[in-house]
Design a protein around this ligand. Structure first.
Ligand SMILES: [Zn+2]
Length: 445
């Protein structure tokens, strides 16, 4: 842990920087530079984030950038008691609390889940329920930072390519900030998340070609000063690096809610690995400062297996996998993940587990029925991955495991129609009683 004089000095410097960066139109002054997460190349703080990541790594193994702070090694928990949102960690983030566009995100519960844990063979299982965020997904931790940075930089329009949780979240925070939001989607997209995007007042542009979703954003970046939060080039390196900083707070909260300890395993659903990468950065910061004595191992629950492939081959460039089936876990259904996810898995001694549709809805229902937590299907994939790693003897029965449930089950009701639904309608209470009797329910207890 940093000595008290150093921490005082750091806070004084932070306060100085905060005063500077509160001037309108200034960049997020807390960020000194960006560095490539793969080769360490340095880029200035005002570098254009064009979603292609490091220029040096682009042709070999595309890699995202990470911000480096002007005042490193602050203590995440110093003064982190207010406000009641992740902005109590503002001193660890790219902009100040005064700049924050907030809907009260973060501070989600870490819930002991002994029944589903016993079922999976890991009784010491806890669920970090990110479905409790303002737009019912973990993406709010990203959007609150991204929209705050966009507004501080004077952007009038924020944009993303998404018909899912990322789009719904960005639309909400743009509304909160009074900024316009443009969301490019697939033609034919539907469901609760798209409804959310529209209700928050975003302009939705459905495009017939999936690639055109990105092309339109690329053109907007070239012609106008839109702040683009999502990837818009392939191969994807990840989303905007400043937004990813918001995911560090998941790690801070898990440690805070575990009496200052890290779990043995932290398991997340993974698409492009923004959250995985951010969570790993958060744990590493805590470890570097001596606030935790060991790092957890990370597990990526993925769909098509690009991370599993790369872990096995040792390559830095991920290959695009064939999509052999239509995944129910639509939020993470990419054929190719990112180097940032791979790096987090490698550094933590982690694993990636491909999860198909088999048993997914049954696991969703078990989690809801036994623990009272109703999760999006993609958010159930960590439980499937835990089951696999326990069966393989990689996760031990005594290990403490945290599964991050990233979004609410209300997000994809259309895909998760369950096995226990019935269309029975009762004309009288007698009919209802007869049905209860016939179905063998013990009604006296
Ligand atoms: Zn590089």
């Amino acid at each position: 842990m940093a000595s008290r004089p150093f921490r005082d000095l750091a806070h004084n410097m932070s306060a100085h920087l905060s005063a500077e960066q509160n001037q309108p139109g200034m960049d997020a002054g807390r960020v000194l530079e960006f560095v490539c997460i793969r080769c360490g190349a340095s880029y200035p703080a005002d570098v254009t984030i064009d979603s292609r990541g490091c220029a040096r790594c682009r042709d070999t193994a595309p890699a995202n950038l990470r911000p480096v702070y002007a005042v490193p090694h602050l203590h995440p928990f110093d003064g982190a008691t207010s406000p009641r949102s992740l902005w109590r960690f503002a001193h660890m983030l790219p902009c100040t609390e005064a700049e924050a566009v907030s809907l009260g995100e973060g501070l989600t519960p870490l819930l002991a889940a002994p029944r589903i844990g016993a079922f999976l063979g890991v009784p010491d299982l806890a669920i970090k329920d990110e479905g409790r965020n303002p737009t019912w997904s973990h993406k709010d931790r990203f959007s609150t930072i991204a929209v705050s940075v966009a507004r501080a930089r004077g952007a009038k329009i924020v944009a993303t390519a998404s018909s899912g949780n990322a789009g719904a979240s960005l639309a909400a925070y743009a509304a909160r900030a009074g900024l316009k939001c443009i969301v490019t989607t697939f033609a034919g997209s539907a469901g609760a998340m798209l409804a959310q995007i529209r209700k928050y007042g975003a302009t939705v542009l459905p495009l017939v070609s999936k690639m055109d979703r990105w092309s339109l954003l690329e053109q907007a970046a070239a012609r106008y000063d839109w702040f683009i939060a999502s990837p818009y080039h392939g191969p994807v390196v990840g989303s905007h690096p400043l937004g990813i900083e918001g995911y560090k707070t998941i790690a801070y909260e898990i440690v805070e809610q575990s009496n200052g300890t890290a779990p043995d395993w932290c398991v997340l659903p993974v698409c492009y690995g923004d959250a995985l990468s951010g969570v790993w950065a958060g744990f590493c910061e805590l470890f570097a400062q001596g606030l935790i004595t060991r790092l957890p191992r990370l597990v990526a629950a993925e769909v098509h297996g690009s991370l599993s492939d790369a872990l096995a081959s040792g390559a830095d460039a991920l290959s695009e996998r064939k999509m052999l089936f239509d995944s129910l876990a639509v939020s993470i259904g990419t054929p190719r993940s990112t180097f940032q996810a791979l790096k987090a898995l490698r550094e933590s001694g982690g694993h990636a587990v491909p999860v198909n549709n088999h048993g997914l809805i049954a696991m969703q229902e078990r989690l809801a029925r036994e623990e009272g937590i109703f999760a999006e299907l993609a958010s159930v994939t960590p439980l499937m991955a835990i089951s696999v790693l326990k069966a393989e003897g990689i996760i031990a029965a005594t290990d403490r495991v945290v599964a991050v449930v990233t979004a609410s089950g209300l997000k994809d009701l259309d895909r998760s129609a369950g096995s226990n639904e019935h269309d029975q309608v009762f004309l009288t209470t007698d009919d209802a009683w007869r049905w209860l009797d016939k179905n063998g329910l013990d009604l006296a207890s």
